[in-house]
Design a protein. Structure first.
Length: 267
């Protein structure tokens, strides 16, 4: 056994928590049934990943942000997986697990969120130290070719419909616009100056900027996001169960407009 592993040999030492059957359960150093008696599930979830107890107003905003992106459209990638799982009569757990995994796609879903959170944190530190935002954007574009979180794959020229309602929710809860959300809009403007193109912010950026403003780290913001599409996945799964097996996304081969290689004889 290596010296490193020897340090962890024996009973598991943990800060996460422990259950004492018939007595109590400890959650992050607190008595679960006493400290969280009236807490909403999201408050417990956020405390578990961050060790922070957010205000009720902040929790309301973060929960609403989940609501605003709960789209039960089976054409969306993770929902499609849920629908096809139902069509093949897989279990709900299989549909949900596979859908969440698919949500980590590199070009959409949690891939852009992770990338833009990293950039916002770096840009915030750099601009506070006097760096020019336009130059930061130029450097990022030179290295990455594009800036994740700006320029939606569909309806790219339009404001993401989830952003105005999120801004309104912040106002409704009496929460001032924070530095990361402000920076996100400033990056949007900088992109327009640098590229000469209009690349509106996507909801991916808002989904990390708000948690960052609430004191979460980039990793904690990512963990907060993981269940955010769940409410849209399961309706697609349930509806597929109501159809005959295999009757979701039915398409004849001859209905596909194909202009690739001609059929070949493999004999």
């Amino acid at each position: 056994m290596s010296l490193l592993l020897e340090q962890f040999e024996g009973p598991l030492r943990t800060r996460a928590g422990q259950v004492f059957p018939g007595e109590r359960a400890v959650f992050g150093g607190l008595d679960l049934h006493q400290a969280f008696t009236h807490a909403p599930w999201l408050e417990v979830y956020l405390y578990g990943i961050s060790g922070k107890r957010l205000s009720q107003a902040q929790i309301n905003v973060l929960q609403s942000m989940w609501v605003y992106t709960s789209y039960p459209d089976a054409r969306l990638w993770c929902n499609r997986i849920g629908a096809l799982t139902g069509s093949t009569r897989g279990t709900g757990a299989q549909a949900l697990a596979a859908g969440i995994v698919a949500s980590e796609a590199a070009l959409y879903g949690f891939g852009p969120e992770t990338a833009i959170a990293d950039f916002l944190v770096r840009a915030m530190e750099a601009t506070r130290n006097g760096a020019d935002l336009d130059e930061l954007v130029r450097t990022e574009l030179a290295q990455q070719r594009h800036l994740m979180g700006f320029g939606r794959p569909v309806a790219a020229a339009f404001v993401d419909e989830r952003i105005p309602v999120t801004m309104a929710k912040l106002g409704h809860e009496g929460i001032a616009v924070g530095p990361y959300v402000k920076l996100a809009f400033e990056v949007e403007a900088a992109l327009a100056r640098v590229t000469g193109k209009r690349l509106p912010m996507t909801y991916a950026t808002m989904l990390v900027a708000v948690p960052l403003d609430f004191g979460l780290t980039a990793r904690e913001a990512y963990l907060y996001l993981l269940p955010s599409f769940v409410a849209g996945m399961l309706p697609c799964y349930v509806e597929a169960l109501e159809r005959p097996p295999g009757a979701t996304f039915v398409q004849r081969c001859e209905s596909v407009a194909y202009d690739g290689a001609a059929p070949r004889d493999w004999a």
